[in-house]
Write a protein that binds this ligand. Structure first.
Ligand SMILES: Nc1ncnc2c1ncn2[C@@H]1O[C@H](COP(=O)(O)OP(=O)(O)OP(=O)(O)O)[C@@H](O)[C@H]1O
Ligand SMILES: [Mg+2]
Length: 288
């Protein structure tokens, strides 16, 4: 298990005061949440960064991040979304940039970009570079205002190596974030989601939702996948988004889809943001 940071220790002590001590052996997050009293509502005045991770690359993390961003901004919330690591062509970072009307400069939105479409640790090495965990944490903090929601899209899957000795899991722990796990609703997803949930449980960070993405041609297992996962992942709730058509990748289309899917997105939002953010002017983040 990765070492616990000072912030994580402080938060755990504060949480223990409210929720009672957590058991020492993982998995314990579910048990704590089942009592209905711990995170994500532990610090109601703060918005905790929400990490959109997944079972793999290409599973729908950007689609979900973009839909939430469009829906939340449409509700007048000054929410931001970043994609700290990207390799290959950074199309998803560009989409998030455009959905935020350029308020977050690309360098802040996606500070660690590497040319080759490889895991970030590997792509960085091939350019003679390396991003330490503390640099990644600092980059996320610089894009975050604690009273406003921040969506952080991961790169690849939960354990894809981002830098020396860490993946999104360790970043999640260092930032004391909350995890959303995205997975395609296909044969094999029960195993993949359960592996990711177990990996997150080892750091005692709550997974706040699993989101299953619909396929153009749903496999026979699709309906039972949802029901079975609801049973197996409990108390983590499982949400579904349908197949949204072949071009869910432009800002205009994402805004339209967010409007069409607003009922589903709003149900997910209740889970992600138990304390709705204040409405207000959308602020710009300076370039550096
Ligand atoms: N529900 C959906 N409906 C329609 N298309 C979808 C859906 N989910 C994902 N896709 C499509 O699948 C492809 C991969 O999705 P997306 O880019 O969101 O994955 P990702 O997990 O962000 O990938 P990466 O690891 O590259 O960041 C995209 O072409 C996207 O438009
Ligand atoms: Mg993406």
């Amino acid at each position: 298990m990765p070492p616990e940071t000072a912030t994580a220790r402080r938060r755990r002590r504060e949480e223990a005061k409210r929720c009672g001590p957590r058991p020492t052996t993982p998995p314990d997050v579910g048990a704590c949440e089942q009592r209905g009293i711990c995170a994500p509502a532990t610090f109601p005045s703060l918005q905790v960064p929400i990490f959109i991770t997944g079972t793999d690359t290409g599973v729908g993390k950007t689609v979900l991040t973009a839909l939430l961003l469009a829906r939340w901004r449409g509700r007048g919330w000054d929410v931001r979304a970043i994609k700290p690591f990207a390799t290959g062509v950074p199309t998803d970072a560009r989409l998030l940039y455009r959905l935020q009307a350029g308020l977050v400069p690309l360098k802040r939105l996606c500070p660690f970009r590497f040319r080759e479409p490889l895991a970030p640790l590997v792509a960085a090495r091939r350019e003679g570079r390396s991003v330490e965990l503390r640099e990644a944490v600092a980059a996320i903090q610089s894009a975050w205002r604690a009273d406003q929601p921040l969506l952080v899209e991961g790169c690849g899957g939960l354990l894809t190596p981002l830098g020396p000795g860490y993946s999104l899991r360790e970043l999640l722990l260092a930032m004391e974030g909350r995890a959303v796990v995205v997975a395609p609703n296909r044969l094999g997803v029960l195993n993949q989601v359960r592996l990711v949930l177990e990996a997150i449980d080892t750091i005692r960070i709550p997974t706040v939702a699993v989101v299953l993405m619909g396929a153009r041609q749903p496999p026979p297992s699709a309906p039972s996948n949802v029901r079975t996962l609801q049973e197996l992942a409990a108390p983590v709730p499982v949400f579904e988004l349908p197949w949204l058509g072949p071009r869910a990748d432009t800002p205009e289309r994402i805004r339209r889809l967010a409007e069409r899917q607003r009922a589903r997105l709003d149900r997910l939002t209740l889970r992600l943001l138990p304390v709705p953010p204040k409405k207000g002017a959308h602020s710009t983040i300076p370039a550096k």
